[in-house]
Write a protein that binds this ligand. Structure first.
Ligand SMILES: [Cu+2]
Length: 156
C-alpha cells in the first residue's frame, strides 16, 4: 500500500515535469532604472527611485515588496496633498506597464540610506512581484535635479 502511494506520487511528480506551466506573469524592464544621488547617509536620509516596467504575461501582477542592501527599507510611495504616503503594493496590468517616473504620482523610496550614493553609482534593488517573483534591477544614481532626471529618463 505504501509502495503504491509512493508510485502515485512519483507519477504525479513526473507528470508535473512533463508539462511545465509558463509563468502567469513576467516582468521586464522598459526603460532606465534611476535613483536620486545621496551625498550623505543616515537613518533619516531618503532617496527616490524610478523605473518603467512591463508585464509581458496575461495575468495582472503586483509589486509587493522591495529590498536593497543600501538602505534600511525600500517603500512604495504616492504623493498627494503635498505629502508622501506608503502604498502596500502597486498594480501592473496584463500586457501593460507600471511607470514609476519623475513627476508621476508614485515613486520608490529608499529609507535610511546606509552609505553615500554618488552620481553614476549603481545600486541593486530587489523587487518582489506576487506572481512573477523577485527580480533584481540596477538603478543608476543621477543628480537630483530636473536636468539630472532628464538626462537619464529616456526609453532605450
Ligand atoms: Cu517618498
Amino acid at each position: 500500500m505504501r509502495d503504491r502511494a509512493f508510485f502515485t506520487l512519483l507519477l504525479a511528480l513526473l507528470a508535473g515535469c512533463a508539462t511545465p506551466q509558463p509563468p502567469a506573469a513576467s516582468i521586464v524592464l522598459d526603460g532606465p532604472a534611476i535613483m536620486r544621488n545621496a551625498p550623505e547617509a543616515g537613518p533619516d536620509v531618503q532617496a527616490a527611485g524610478y523605473v518603467r516596467l512591463k508585464n509581458t504575461g496575461d495575468q495582472p501582477d503586483r509589486l509587493i515588496a522591495l529590498a536593497c542592501a543600501c538602505a534600511d527599507q525600500v517603500q512604495m510611495h504616492s504623493t498627494f496633498n503635498r505629502a508622501m504616503h506608503v502604498l502596500p503594493h502597486l498594480e501592473i496590468p496584463p500586457n501593460g506597464a507600471l511607470e514609476i517616473i519623475p513627476g508621476g504620482p508614485t515613486h520608490l523610496m529608499l529609507m535610511g540610506v546606509r552609505a553615500p550614493i554618488a552620481v553614476g553609482e549603481v545600486v541593486r534593488i530587489r523587487l518582489e512581484f506576487a506572481l512573477a517573483g523577485p527580480i533584481e534591477l540596477a538603478f543608476v544614481a543621477v543628480d537630483n535635479s530636473q536636468a539630472g532626471w532628464r538626462a537619464r529618463d529616456t526609453r532605450p
